[in-house]
Design a protein around this ligand. Structure first.
Ligand code: DP6
Length: 330
């Protein structure tokens, strides 16, 4: 009745930006990401413990919407394994990467929670079922159940049962690929992804164009990954990030996640490319650019980031699947 899982965060090369169903967390378009090692989150779940559900995230008792999102996943597992009469759950989750990494730990956290809760409930290991389940906590989490490069297929069904992520290539496919996360600001972002994307869906005149374009880019991203074409993938990453941000810049109220140092770094990558250094950026809903490059140029990418005022960089490689661990957190 107890299981512990470690999962890695992921970074979208083609972003998810906007829901067609807020309650079920169903996206308007498909997306594609790289799972990032060595960053990870560990989560232990036990059923039949105590008299009420207990949720602890990074040493704190979770409250409000954070707690509700976890309970949503646990309730779905209790419903699926109803014959087992699982009872209250205890869940403890810890990220082994600093908040300063600038990457949300929620994707890794919900992926680890989904895989651990299913295992603790005695349900069979099933990446598709775990992906569907983790999506209920946070959309991007469905791409962290498996390693390498995963595609979240938007699906068509109103119940969301065809909206989950599949692994297109595993982490051994392109081991030389690198993602260098550059921290230019540690300030808490003012508008969370969830609210930012809702604003774009509801008010941006560019939103329909974004959906159509991103869906087509996913197909191209798959081809570039298959061919290990770094330049084509890098150029696609940049234009997809720009287009996602453009939807929000054009929203009402307008939303700009970029800071002066973000732009400075983006421009300096262009200068690096003129010198033959293969570096391209992508940017989530925050100011910290992530630089796509290869193993031979990760130090050059790091140096370029530091020269533009980054306070820290985190060098990442393609990470593996969410995995069951023998040691528990409680
Ligand atoms: C910009 O998955 O955090 O990182 O589904 O509302 O929990 P919710 O949102 P979340 O949004 C991620 C947005 C993004 C792009 C991406 O990861 O695809």
């Amino acid at each position: 009745m107890k299981a512990t899982v470690r999962a890695h965060p992921n970074l979208a090369l083609v972003k998810y930006w906007g829901k067609r169903d807020d309650a079920l967390i169903l996206p308007h378009q498909s997306s594609l990401s790289m799972t990032l090692s060595p960053l990870s989150v560990r989560t232990t779940v036990a059923f039949g413990a105590g008299s009420a559900d207990e949720v602890e995230l990074n040493g704190y008792v979770a409250k409000g919407s954070e707690r509700d999102r976890v309970l949503r996943v646990l309730d779905a597992v209790r419903a699926e394994a109803k014959d087992a009469k699982l009872g209250p759950a205890k869940m403890v989750s810890r990220g082994d990467f600093p908040a300063s990494a600038g990457l949300a730990s929620s994707a890794a956290g919900f992926a680890a929670l989904a895989v651990a809760a299913r295992a603790a409930a005695g349900l069979p290991a099933d990446p598709r079922a775990a992906s569907l389940l983790s999506r209920l906590g946070s959309g991007s989490a469905c791409r962290s159940v498996q390693g390498g490069f995963c595609e979240w297929m938007r699906g068509e069904r109103p119940d969301g049962m065809d909206s989950y992520a599949v692994q297109r290539f595993d982490e051994k496919h392109w081991p030389e690929l690198r993602m260098v996360v550059a921290i230019v600001s540690r300030d808490e972002k003012e508008v969370k992804s969830r609210d930012g994307m809702k604003n774009a869906v509801e008010t941006s005149p560019y939103y329909p164009a974004w959906v159509k374009d991103a869906e087509a880019e996913v197909v191209r991203a798959r081809e570039f990954l298959a061919k290990k074409d770094l330049q084509a993938l890098g150029e696609m990453c940049e234009r997809n990030a720009w287009r996602m941000h453009a939807t929000s810049l054009a929203a009402d109220p307008p939303l700009c996640y970029l800071m002066p140092k973000t732009l400075e770094l983006i421009h300096s990558l262009r200068e690096q490319r003129k010198k033959g250094v293969p570096v391209w950026f992508t940017l989530d809903a925050g100011p910290n650019p992530c630089i796509l490059t290869d193993a031979a140029h990760e130090l050059a990418a790091e140096a370029a980031a530091m020269a533009c005022g980054a306070t820290e960089v985190v060098r990442c490689v393609p990470g593996g699947d969410a995995q069951l661990l023998g040691e528990h957190l409680f």
